[in-house]
Design a protein around this ligand. Structure first.
Ligand code: DLL
Length: 433
């Protein structure tokens, strides 16, 4: 189903003309309004007037998480602060989050794109949308919420957690569309089983799952256990939040990028060069309609490839394959983005802790479990058990405060974590997804 037929089926030529017009306006605006972008463009020897065709996008410098960190919190905003009506944030690589802002028009665009996403999954007015994405600084909850209202569905802003209550509400309120991370969908299925709730006794028909990597196997499992159709939706805070790309229910094979708002590229993560259509590499997005926080060539670190063949649904937007990995070490634990460097940042602020640690991630049932093994100094290790326990609890609390996700801390004897002979193997991710 199409929400905005005119734009979602624009002939390629008209779409590219629109992209070029919007790209030129974006580059002019960034050059004029954001000193950091102006400086980067000057250093790269490119002026707004040099953008004459879509191919010229490749001459523009990339934007990275590091650029966002350097401009924390609002340095890359491109409008006077009075025009910002919403602020969200996601994980940065150290102690500070990555901050993004929206004007009133940005919120309106976001609602439109999430309306398209919901519509592509077959949701419509009259549906009861059970929105279990987290509400708060995370973009998932509120992003999806505005889209659900835009299509005229009744949205239940249930947010995450308290799964038994979620299931009761699903039954009592007649939820028809489920929005949450794919791992949480499996968790809901497990708890339903524990509660002896038959999937046929709830009215769910379709689920829109994203915010973390998942696989075709997981799709089959969710569909089977919940008796619904499962759709993959993609986005990231720096570019907008959810609503950057979405599968359609007709094809269920690759995600349409909303190309009238974002120009996608696939690059070689090592060299930064563009790759030919169909080859896998790192996704890069340029936002061509955002006002408060536009980004030029943002390096997502997510690995995907374009699917050049047209889709059954009639949309002319390119599809990208589901995300198959990352070109950095970011982990997603229960939907929360975690960088090993954030954990290191906490550890290094604690006295008695050595700079040797390892992060072990496993999936118990459908839940991610993270354990951090940390070496402590000789003095601390020979102290009483109580002191060690207290130290472990303190680290646990500090990590929880910074990341918003809990982990288990295991303090180990000095020199027991294997030393690296090259790149440190800090993360052991044993999850099978
Ligand atoms: O996770 C936005 C979102 C919310 C997307 C709800 C979909 C649904 P961030 O917290 O900034 O934003 O995390 C963005 O999550 O760079 C990917 O690594 C990962 N990610 C998001 N969607 C998918 C997906 C939201 N469908 C980061 N498949 C991205 C795999 C995904 N990974």
């Amino acid at each position: 189903m199409l929400w905005n037929e005119e734009f979602e089926t624009l002939p390629r030529e008209a779409l590219e003309a629109l992209q070029l017009k919007r790209l030129k306006a974006l580059v002019e605006k960034e050059y004029a309004a954001v000193p950091y972008y102006r400086q980067k463009m000057d250093e790269a020897g490119i002026k707004p007037a040099d953008i004459r065709s879509l191919k010229d996008i490749r001459r523009l410098p990339f934007t990275t998480k590091e650029d966002l960190r350097k401009n924390y919190p609002f340095g890359l905003f491109a409008v006077p602060f009075e025009r910002v009506v919403r602020i969200h944030a996601s994980s940065g690589t150290t102690g500070k989050p990555t901050v993004v802002g929206y004007t009133r028009r940005d919120i309106d665009t976001w609602a439109e794109l999430m309306a398209r996403t919901l519509c592509a999954a077959g949701a419509h007015q009259g549906d009861v949308v059970h929105n279990a994405y987290g509400y708060g600084l995370f973009t998932g909850g509120l992003g999806a919420h505005y889209g659900a209202e835009r299509i005229g569905a009744a949205v239940i802003p249930i947010s995450g957690g308290n799964t038994r209550r979620q299931i009761m509400i699903m039954q009592d309120f007649g939820s028809t569309v489920l929005l949450c991370t794919p791992s949480y969908a499996l968790n809901i299925a497990d708890v339903m089983k524990e509660m002896n709730v038959q999937p046929s006794s709830v009215k769910l028909r379709v689920g829109l799952f994203g915010a973390e990597p998942w696989s075709e196997n997981m799709r089959e499992e969710i569909e089977r256990k919940l008796g619904i159709k499962a759709i993959d939706i993609y986005g990231l805070s720096e570019v907008m939040g959810p609503g950057v790309a979405s599968e359609c229910i007709e094809g269920k094979n690759g995600l349409h990028v909303f190309e009238d708002h974002f120009i996608p590229e696939i690059i070689d993560p090592e060299t930064g060069e563009g790759l030919p259509p169909g080859e896998a590499g790192e996704l890069v997005f340029t936002t061509i309609t955002k006002e408060a926080f536009p980004v030029i060539r943002y390096r997502t670190r997510d690995i995907s490839r374009f699917i050049p063949q047209p889709c059954l649904c009639g949309r002319t937007f390119f599809r990208m394959q589901r995300i198959t990995g990352r070109s950095d070490d970011m982990l997603i634990i229960r939907g929360v983005n975690v960088f090993p460097s954030q954990i290191e940042h906490v550890l290094m602020s604690v006295e008695g802790v050595e700079p040797h640690y390892q992060i072990l991630v496993e999936r118990e049932g459908s839940l991610d479990v993270m354990e951090v093994r940390v070496e402590v100094s000789e003095d601390i290790f020979s102290d009483e058990v109580k002191i060690l326990e207290k130290l472990g609890k303190r680290i646990e609390r500090e990590i929880k405060d910074l990341l918003g996700v809990s982990c288990k801390i295991k303090l180990v004897e000095p020199k027991t974590i294997q030393r690296s002979e090259g790149k440190a193997m800090r993360v052991l991710d044993k999850r099978k997804i």
